[in-house]
Design a protein around this ligand. Sequence first.
Ligand SMILES: Cc1cc2nc3c(=O)[nH]c(=O)nc-3n(C[C@H](O)[C@H](O)[C@H](O)COP(=O)(O)OP(=O)(O)OC[C@H]3O[C@@H](n4cnc5c(N)ncnc54)[C@H](O)[C@@H]3O)c2cc1C
Length: 454
Amino acid sequence: MSQTDYKFRVAIVGCGISGLSVAAFISNFGKDTSQARIAVDIYEAKPEVSTLGAGVAIWKRSWQVLQNLGFEEDIVAKGFKVPKDGESRGPTFRKSDQSAEGYDFHNHMMPYGPLSLHRPTLLEILQSKLSTDCKIYTSKRLVGYSASAGEAITLSFSDGSTATADIIVGADGVHSATRASLFGLLGHGYKQYAAPTFNGTIVFRGMVPKSKMVATFPQHTGLESPKVHVVSHPIGTYVGLNCFHSRPEMEGKPYLGPLVSEAAAQDVCRLFENWEPDLRALIENADSYTAWVIHVVNPLPCYVSGASVLIGDAAHSMTPHQGVGGGQGIEVHYISTVDQLIEAIKDAYLLGRLLSHASTTRADIPAILKLYEALRLPPTQDAWEKSRINGMMYEFNHPDFLFNDPSHTDGPSRDELERLGAAVGLSFMWLAEGNAEEDWAEAEARLNTICGND
Ligand SMILES: Cc1cc2nc3c(=O)[nH]c(=O)nc-3n(C[C@H](O)[C@H](O)[C@H](O)COP(=O)(O)OP(=O)(O)OC[C@H]3O[C@@H](n4cnc5c(N)ncnc54)[C@H](O)[C@@H]3O)c2cc1C
């Protein structure tokens, strides 16, 4: 099929979860053969489609939208349990930052049972949903794009090549080159939004083989239940581990080292050497560690300019505050109260469904993208703020829980920790709320107005 036979051409920058999801939703909702087709080209900087990190938790609203892609069948075929309505056992918070044995101070019941999935499995399933109109180009690092009203967008890559498209979707993560270009093109007052901000935290991520733990610590509670120290979560034959090391005084300062690197296990162990034995056993048994330097995208004034749009981490990367600042005494289960993937997948779902709607034409694109922005900017920035507030609770900097205060020379009391646990517990409740179909009904009504179908 020639390029001119397509209704329009979409260039997606980044083949992570957001980029693949938007392509999968366009494939799914645009599969009606009576409709004009949409060409989708995905440009990925890496030489292959891959993801760092281990597990992800899929909550109600992201599950509802993934079901549109026939996810349930794939998940069951791969031996995973689908998420279920109703209460399920949630995170356990534990005091560990002392050499003596710690204690659990909050067991939370979740309003909904999420699906825990291995990240590469999620990418693999999404990739299997792409239609033949979607092409993936690897080793294509976007350096910038140019756009003139009424003309195709030109994307430029680090290898000197270029490509054109009618729409550019920036799904290139927290260090997005698309975002830098978009705000660069908007001009002087917008340059501050181009780059992300270091938030002072480095996360050491590792996978602990359960077999190693069984040999040395057979009764370890982390083997079966999603609890224990720092941030841990049993997944398959492993226990995923996220060890947070925060230096609040570094927040907002430039970080000059590599953003993701291998970390020596003994260096991670050293950071937690005074913590309880139960925790150290887990940390010592991880096969290897990857250090992630956490950056966030401070709230942006817009996600769209003309036919350019940002989604996922490129638009609203937030703190992964399902964890805990190193050196603090709180521990929490891996699952976040603010699940960034919910937001990334919901962005992709709405954008994919709007673009592939039968009524959407090339002329409507700027207005349709503005509709996407109107519907997605407020809730994603609300989630960003919730994550920030959770981070303050986890690190004892929240005004209601100032346990780093000099008056707390012996650390927080059990009562104080229980009060904090209850407050964090309440902040999980929104994860069971919402209805993706109702959200779509509102979006479609507004799309019909834009496309003159009323
Ligand atoms: C330590 C840590 C723990 C986390 N834990 C959780 C969790 O438990 N639950 C959760 O929901 N979320 C979690 N997150 C967040 C989650 O990983 C992200 O929200 C999610 O991966 C965002 O997906 P994305 O596709 O938008 O971006 P990314 O996953 O960053 O994908 C971007 C893609 O774009 C590519 N790319 C980058 N630049 C360019 C370029 N210039 N040109 C072309 N391609 C490019 C990259 O190679 C990559 O493939 C965590 C994040 C961190 C750092």
